[in-house]
Design a protein around this ligand. Structure first.
Ligand SMILES: [Fe+2]
Length: 227
């Protein structure tokens, strides 16, 4: 790639090159929850309406988070990476294709959750869809960390990379479940370093509000789901 092309590709003279380890945060949450959701469905007593509702909301939330995380990546990464690292086009197009498949499967899971809530005895369809997306999404996360994360670290600026987290925060800031997502991300962080980086980057009002209003509720919810 020519230096001129690279210069044109970034704004405000900010040089490409960024820290990308916060990808492990959202991936940690998706890995942890997607891996264990099938056992929740399997063990749910169809007569326990409150538990079915709790698990259903959790699955819908994970599916929505997965969709939104991918939409942020679609908006920020693919076009820029193809432009700045054309030699990696094949990898980028593979990721785009994964995202399209997984998006459709996540919507199918959300539909299947609605049906399950109406008929909790019939869990097979939801189980099948959840196992299916789990397999594809987990393989995708591994692939993306291996091929795209180093590419983005080299070719995107920090502002461009950070824009994904900014979009996520903007979407969550007025959502009634936004502060719970902080709890899930913090709890599921794969390493202490990733967890502390996440906490350090959170705006102070969000930290205070989380502690005052949500931390205890999140911990209770996690225990109810997974203990
Ligand atoms: Fe992805």
């Amino acid at each position: 790639m020519s230096p001129i092309r690279r210069e044109n590709a970034t704004k405000n003279g900010e040089k490409p090159g960024c820290k990308t380890d916060d990808l492990y945060l959202i991936h940690g949450y998706l890995r942890r929850t997607l891996t264990r959701i099938p056992e929740l469905i399997d063990a749910a007593d169809p007569k326990d309406k409150a538990r079915v509702e709790l698990i259903a909301r959790h699955i819908e939330e994970v599916a929505h988070q997965l969709i939104h995380h991918h939409l942020h990546e679609d908006a920020v990464m693919w076009e820029r990476l193809i432009q700045r690292a054309p030699e990696a086009t094949e990898d980028v197009l593979r990721m785009k294709e994964h995202h399209q498949h997984i998006h459709k499967k996540a919507e199918d899971v959300i539909d299947a959750v609605s049906e399950w809530k109406m008929n909790p005895s019939f869990k097979e369809s939801l189980m099948h869809k959840v196992q299916d997306i789990r397999e594809e999404a987990l393989a995708h996360l591994d692939d993306e960390e291996k091929t795209i994360k180093p590419l983005a670290a080299k070719h995107l600026t920090q502002s461009e990379w950070n824009h994904m987290a900014e979009m996520a925060m903007e979407e969550e800031k007025d959502s009634p479940r936004g502060l719970f997502i902080i709890g899930y991300l913090y709890h599921c962080a794969p390493t202490e370093e990733v967890r502390q980086e996440f906490w350090k980057a959170l705006p102070l009002p969000a930290k205070i509000l989380y502690h005052l209003t949500t931390k205890k509720k999140f911990e209770k919810e996690w225990k109810q789901l997974y203990s």
